[in-house]
Design a protein around this ligand. Structure first.
Ligand code: NAD
Length: 478
């Protein structure tokens, strides 16, 4: 059995306490075992990062660029190997897993460039012979806590800007998908990352995660995961006056107007709701459909959903991989039972027994639902979507905004007026017109509003807001 350990201060550190990670498409396939640390491991990582922080903050942008660029290049070169590992570990299809690995590569390369581009401002003072200089400095040691559903892209879009702007990193990945974080640590080692600049600690959320959040020497926390964990982290960071960034759940609406291109709308909803097994924070879970197109849309989408091939992610003909684990599958099945009571009808949604022991579920479509139902209020985080019939645009926008979340929102329409109004009035961080709610570019800001996100945006140039601190310097030239 392959055994992996934490990576602290440029060394592989064994804490014993090994836990396996399983292939959700075949639970007989144990991928590797990972040594779990505890709060002492976090203390060790902090000591290593403290030793490295000053040197890294003062390293030239060229040094930071070269490290990030080298990692981006290796991720792309080894997309086959790493994509296969990702598909085995997380269960998304091999095409999606390779796509995510390429995304991680692009993110590292983008932030390699950003390391060189970080600039400041020079302003005239209101006082004579004084210049005002505004610069951005590293925050210090940052703690990164990541979920299982994008196990290489999410760590990448936190690690890369953190390092680009001169911060040292301590990352704790999700227990279900430690293998991808291990890949990044291996690449850091291979590409000559100075000891202590990047530290990876495997461990539980309530042990290692909690210790990272509470450690006084860790200056900022970037978290992606569930609302409950995020709220808890925000509370602690508030008390400790720590900088915090949270990306959490969604209940993303996709509006389909009467004037939409039917095929485009069905394809966008199929992709947005079910691809990556619906395990995307940006997944479309509420399909809000105008009454004139409603019946045709339901008919076509039902055809498409029931034709989706659920199976082994490594088989290139598979369109939907397994659910991540037994607990998530059981939670999906509970919501499907609830939908049978709340909705007019439920299409699909049964547990599937395939040739390997895994967590397979037929995609589920809930037809004839209203926005006040629990299935439309709570994030399910599986291959399940509801259809809500509405009269007109006004009702569509009201229903789409009537949620505690606000990550992504979409509209399918041929009307420029409806598209424009929707973009303006949507209470979401990201708005899509004639595109699925999921699937974003890597060079522009990512994040939401209301209960979905808190703190500065991630990704693109906006990432500098979180990973730097602004300094204003005044100089009197005499
Ligand atoms: P989770 O909250 O259970 O876990 C996320 C991470 O937090 C894990 O690494 C976990 O070990 C850690 N953690 C758990 N308890 C902790 C604690 N007390 N202190 C510190 N860390 C702790 O979430 P998950 O199940 O891994 O991920 C699924 C969730 O993530 C969904 O709600 C999904 O919507 C959300 N998500 C959001 C985005 C986004 O960008 N908005 C992206 C992907 C996933």
């Amino acid at each position: 059995m392959t055994k992996h350990t934490s990576y602290i201060g440029g060394k592989w550190v064994d804490f014993g306490n090994y836990k396996p990670n399983l292939n959700p498409a075949n639970t007989d396939d144990i991928i590797a075992e990972f040594s779990y640390g505890d709060s002492n491991a976090v203390d060790q990582a902090v000591l290593a990062a403290q030793k490295a922080q000053n040197g890294w903050a003062n390293a030239t942008p060229q040094v930071r660029h070269d490290l990030l660029e080298a990692i981006g290049v290796k991720l792309a070169d080894r997309v086959e190997e790493y994509g296969t590992m990702l598909a085995r570990e997380e269960g998304k299809t091999i095409a999606e897993a390779k796509g995510e690995t390429m995304r991680a590569s692009q993110v590292f390369k983008f932030f390699a460039g950003e390391a060189l581009r970080l600039g400041g401002e020079l302003q005239s003072s209101v006082r004579p012979n004084v210049d005002v200089e505004i610069t951005r400095e590293p925050v210090g040691i940052v703690g990164l806590i990541t979920p299982w559903n994008f196990p290489i892209a999410i760590p990448a879009w936190k690690i890369a800007p953190a390092l680009a702007f001169g911060n040292c990193v301590i990352i704790k990945p999700a227990g279900l998908t430690p293998g991808c974080a291990h890949i990044i640590a291996k690449l850091m080692d291979e590409c000559g990352c100075p000891p202590g600049v990047f530290n990876l600690v495997f461990g539980g959320g309530s042990t290692v995660g909690d210790a990272i959040v509470k450690h006084p020497a860790i200056e900022a926390i970037s978290f992606t995961g569930s609302v409950a964990t995020g709220n808890n982290i925000a509370e602690i960071c508030g008390q400790l006056r720590k900088k915090v960034q949270l990306e959490m759940g969604g209940k993303n609406p996709m509006v389909v107007m009467d004037d939409a291109d039917l095929k485009l709308a069905v394809d966008a909803c199929l992709n947005g709701a079910f691809f990556s097994t619906g395990q995307r924070c940006t997944a479309s879970s509420r399909l809000i459909v105008q009454e004139g197109i409603h019946d045709k849309f339901v008919k076509e989408l039902t055809k498409a959903v029931t034709a989706l091939k659920v199976g082994d992610p490594l088989d290139s003909s598979t369109q939907i991989g397994p659910v991540i684990d037994e607990a998530q599958l059981q939670s999906n099945l509970d919501y499907i039972e609830l939908a049978k009571k709340e909705a007019e009808s439920v299409i699909g949604g049964e547990r599937l027994e395939l040739t390997t022991p895994g967590y397979f579920q037929a995609p589920a479509l809930f037809v004839g639902t209203t926005n006040d139902m629990r299935i439309n209020r709570e994030e399910i985080f599986g291959p399940c979507a509801s259809i809500i019939r509405v009269k007109d645009f006004e009702e569509a926008i009201d229903v789409s905004n009537d949620t505690e979340f606000g990550l992504s929102a979409g509209i399918c329409t041929a009307s420029l007026k409806s598209a424009r109004e929707f973009k303006r009035r949507s209470q979401a961080g990201m708005v899509m017109v004639n595109l699925p709610t999921a699937g974003v570019d890597y060079h522009v800001p990512f994040g939401g509003r209301k209960g979905s996100s808190f703190g500065p945006r991630e990704q693109g140039r906006y990432a500098a807001e979180f990973y730097t601190i602004v300094k204003t310097a005044y100089v009197f030239a005499g």
